[in-house]
Ligand binder design. Structure first.
Ligand SMILES: NC(=O)c1ccc[n+]([C@@H]2O[C@H](COP(=O)([O-])OP(=O)(O)OC[C@H]3O[C@@H](n4cnc5c(N)ncnc54)[C@H](OP(=O)(O)O)[C@@H]3O)[C@@H](O)[C@H]2O)c1
Length: 334
């Protein structure tokens, strides 16, 4: 059936400026790391993207290696853009990345100029677009000079292959250096993409958020639900079809007794706020100054609907926040 985006799609959502830039992002963005590859059910992926777009989620986050197989999430998203979203490209922010291993040999990984530019060219072909809105370096490269990687990002913007650039998984010290190099080159760093959720508060502890705010850089917080652990789905074991049920998946190892206890207590606390655990986890990330958008994954359109309800209650009292810190054992943050 032909998809016609809902006319009401911008009525119930407020956009946030990404750092000191002209670009606004929705409070919740959709990530295509899992559930959008060739191994997944295409119709479900398509419906999930439509549900997001119909509700004002304009930002779709990809990387060269998302799938599986690697590259297939970009191919599927490109197919949906071409077949269903013709005429809507200018309402959509597409981000992609390079930095993890993508092809064999010495030129398909990390942060050389050769890898970054070739990878983006491949991504543009898979997506079937002339440019992406945001291109990220996916992780720091300890061996390539930072000047070379940032120089590649600068070239990418100047060549029109991306409108903005960002960095992901960069610790605070290297972020400061990278941002300075980009500033000197005349291509500002738009955004940082760190992992941040109730079970992973490194970015708070290392001062990353303070740095980003000082330098006028936006923040796309990823794995806000910790891959699904911060939802009600694992409260009674590991359900079939969930990410942790994938044989050998690392998520299962994270589900130890201590984490289960925290999740149960967080779930009770969420219920007192009238939210699901997923909704509270998203609202909690958005309460952090400097976070522009909560980047969530979804394996079904219903999860997108459920997560959007988080926006109805984003406020936390001091007492509630202290209670959460205590549940998490993060009392040093008090
Ligand atoms: N820059 C980086 O290095 C990096 C790394 C990781 C991720 N990311 C980005 O961040 C995005 C999100 O990461 P993620 O997939 O790990 O994130 P997540 O948002 O923490 O977890 C998503 C998973 O949580 C479950 N879920 C979502 N909503 C739910 C709900 N309402 N109720 C119950 N379960 C729900 C689903 O699990 P099931 O699939 O089991 O149903 C879903 O696949 C990625 O797609 C990617 O774009 C970036």
């Amino acid at each position: 059936m032909k998809y016609i985006p809902k006319l009401s799609r911008y009525e119930n959502i407020e956009y946030e400026r990404c750092g000191r830039s002209g670009l606004k992002l929705p409070p919740i963005s959709l990530g295509l790391w899992y559930n959008f590859g060739h191994v997944d059910v295409f119709e479900n992926a398509r419906e999930t993207i439509f549900t997001a777009f119909d509700n004002g989620i304009t930002h779709f986050d990809l990387a060269n290696n998302y799938g599986p197989p690697p590259g297939s999430a970009e191919e599927n998203f490109g197919r949906i853009l071409r077949d269903d979203l013709v005429g809507f490209r200018d309402e959509i922010v597409i981000s992609t990345k390079a930095g993890w291993d993508m092809w064999l040999g010495p030129y398909g990984d990390f942060g050389s100029r050769k890898y970054m530019i070739a990878s983006l060219d491949q991504s543009l072909t898979r997506l079937g677009v002339d440019y992406v809105d945001i291109f990220y370096h996916h992780r720091p490269d300890p061996q390539t000079p930072l000047e070379e990687t940032m120089g590649a990002l600068d070239y990418i913007v100047r060549s029109g292959k991306a409108l903005y650039v960002g960095i992901s998984n960069y610790p605070s010290e290297i972020t400061a250096e990278a941002v300075g190099i980009l500033e000197d080159l005349g291509t500002p760093c738009l955004v940082h993409q760190p992992k941040y959720n109730l079970l992973n508060r490194q970015s708070e502890k290392t001062g990353l958020f303070d740095l980003l705010q000082e330098r006028g850089i936006g923040c796309v917080a990823f794995s806000v639900l910790n891959g699904g652990l911060l939802t009600d789905k694992y409260l009674n074991g590991i359900p079939d079809g969930s990410r942790a049920s994938i044989p050998g998946h690392w998520l299962k190892k994270l589900l130890d007794e201590e984490t289960k206890t925290k999740i149960e207590k967080l779930n009770d606390h969420a219920a007192k706020r009238g939210q699901t655990l997923a909704q509270m986890a998203i609202a909690w990330v958005l309460r952090q100054d400097g976070v522009t958008t909560a980047l969530c994954g979804a394996s079904h359109p219903n999860q997108v609907h459920d997560n959007l309800v988080a926006l109805d209650n984003k406020n936390f009292s001091e007492k509630e926040l202290k209670k959460i810190d205590m549940i998490l054992g993060d009392t040093e943050l008090l």
